[in-house]
Design a protein around this ligand. Structure first.
Ligand code: 9D3
Length: 241
């Protein structure tokens, strides 16, 4: 079956947005995945279609009502739908490539985008939502985070990327930053390409790239560098003490 994404949002016009202009957009037109955006406001209360109210206990901002969010979910998701329901929130677990792979391997996703201060906790619990954040910075709502999650998942779907790139993904993305890239011209504004890349010595090129990747990871991402990596025999006690 096709991988299916449903997005619950107050801004359905934000979808597919930038995804229409990339690999994901071509795959969407080719029917390799589907996208449905459900307008939460269509399920709002009263003549003004109210979706939010003031927080119990006081404090700044507004909270999305559980009854409104629940009706939007009920309208978008039939009983027994196997897709995980994911609430994009700064309180969630960090999105990483392992979670992306897990979601891409499943039947699809239902994404709830919050606005204001967020969604009433009771509907999060009642609907057993998984809570996901895309990083430690403040966005104005969940929509851009939903677009990030979808882009990351869709490029892993069968037939979306070339087989070569997919294989690359499997072997290479194992915890190192990439080496730097160069193309023509060989000299530009007085800057030469590293000579080893023009040498034709494939083994030396491979060694230089690995060294560059390791140096960049050590300097820029000590969190990745100090994480146990497979294929380095770190696990066999060959790493730093
Ligand atoms: C005033 C306190 N804010 C917490 C830092 C509240 C708040 C900030 C931002 C409440 C909601 C939001 C909107 N953000 C998202 O909906 C969001 C998000 C994010 O801001 N950063 C990283 N990942 C995500 S996923 C959804």
């Amino acid at each position: 079956m096709m991988w299916r994404a449903s997005v619950l949002t107050l801004f359905p016009e934000m979808f597919p947005g930038p995804l229409a202009h990339s690999l994901a957009g071509r795959a969407l037109r080719e029917g390799r995945w589907s996208l449905a955006a459900e307008d939460i406001r269509a399920h709002g209360e009263g003549r003004h279609r109210t979706v939010d109210d003031t927080p119990f206990g006081g404090g700044a901002g507004m909270v999305m009502r559980p009854d409104v969010v629940d009706r939007a979910i009920a309208a978008a998701v039939p009983e027994g739908d196997p897709r995980p329901l994911i609430y994009l929130t700064p309180r969630g677990r960090l999105l990483d490539q392992a979670l992306v792979r897990e979601l891409a391997a499943g039947p699809g996703v239902v994404l709830l985008c919050g606005r204001y201060e967020g969604v009433d906790q009771r509907v999060i619990e009642a609907r057993a939502m998984r809570e996901v954040s895309i990083g430690d910075y403040v966005l104005s709502g969940g929509e851009v985070a939903a677009l990030v999650l979808l882009d990351a998942c869709v490029r892993l779907l069968p037939g979306v990327m070339g087989a070569a790139e997919s294989a690359e993904e499997e072997s290479h993305a194992a915890g190192l930053l990439e080496y730097p890239h160069y193309t023509r011209p060989a000299e530009w504004q007085g800057r030469a390409v590293p000579p080893v890349l023009l040498s034709g010595h494939h083994a030396e090129v491979a060694r230089w790239r690995r060294e560059q990747a390791e140096a960049a990871t050590r300097e820029r991402r000590p969190d990745l560098w100090n994480r146990p990596r497979f294929g380095t025999r770190m696990d066999a006690g060959c790493g730093p003490a």
